[in-house]
Design a protein around this ligand. Sequence first.
Ligand SMILES: NC(=O)c1ccc[n+]([C@@H]2O[C@H](COP(=O)([O-])OP(=O)(O)OC[C@H]3O[C@@H](n4cnc5c(N)ncnc54)[C@H](OP(=O)(O)O)[C@@H]3O)[C@@H](O)[C@H]2O)c1
Length: 259
Amino acid sequence: MATVLITGASGGIGYELAKLFARDHHDLVLVARSGDRLAQVAKELQAHGVTVKTFSLDLSAAPSPKFLFDQLQREAVAVDILINNAGFGALGEFAKMPEEQIFGQIQLNIVALTELTRLFLPRMIARGSGRIMNVASTAGFQPGPLMAVYYATKAYVISFSEAIANEVRGSGLMVTCFCPGATHTGFAQRAGNDKSRLFKQLGAMSAEKVALDAYRAVMEGRTLAISGAHNWLVAELTRFAPRKLVTAISRWVSEDAQS
Ligand SMILES: NC(=O)c1ccc[n+]([C@@H]2O[C@H](COP(=O)([O-])OP(=O)(O)OC[C@H]3O[C@@H](n4cnc5c(N)ncnc54)[C@H](OP(=O)(O)O)[C@@H]3O)[C@@H](O)[C@H]2O)c1
């Protein structure tokens, strides 16, 4: 059985993914900031007879990814599957967005994900096996006025993951980029877009269903997977529609449903 490292496993999609891996008897390394919640999750999942290690870390702090990697090396834990799932978004005009929100998103969604990939990938290549799944978003397929930084971070994740998947082809490794659309988790409340048309009118998927799609995508070694047929269709259409129109629709979707 594999050892699976999941970032952002204290809630939402990451927690649902952790449950799926535990049910299939994989050992887990779970990371998030809230240590108490992680301890609860570990207790729950150990009931499946698996080993669950937890790390209470703020991955947006620059030293955290290396600290995590070094700690696992010291404990002789080899990670077979790395799931870079932790991420957050913030709603608001870029010009008015606090600096810590702008750089917090870049640090967590891009820098930590890249750093963890950089640290774990060479060992997987040396072993000739392993899987990495980076959680992006359908937001990554178009510009996102009112969530400009978030959408741009997810465009990075898609581009980076597809490129790495190509580079490791034939080495026994598989790199997957997984793109959820709107999903019922704590994400929207933290982002401040829970009243947006996207969540209020257009509908969101359950975290359980999205996690199941993610689980299948990583186990099948798919390079790019989009959760939900409607999300797949929208992502495909944005490739052919005029860019200005796509950007305008993207803004409309992020605006408050009441306004
Ligand atoms: N929900 C959506 O609509 C949606 C749509 C598309 C893509 N996604 C993507 O899916 C992924 C998971 O999102 P979710 O919806 O499950 O969100 P969520 O419910 O807010 O969960 C986010 C997870 O990340 C952890 N986390 C947040 N900041 C962290 C930090 N600085 N360091 C370490 N861990 C941190 C959180 O735990 P702590 O708070 O305990 O740290 C939590 O476990 C994200 O990458 C998100 O961008 C979500």
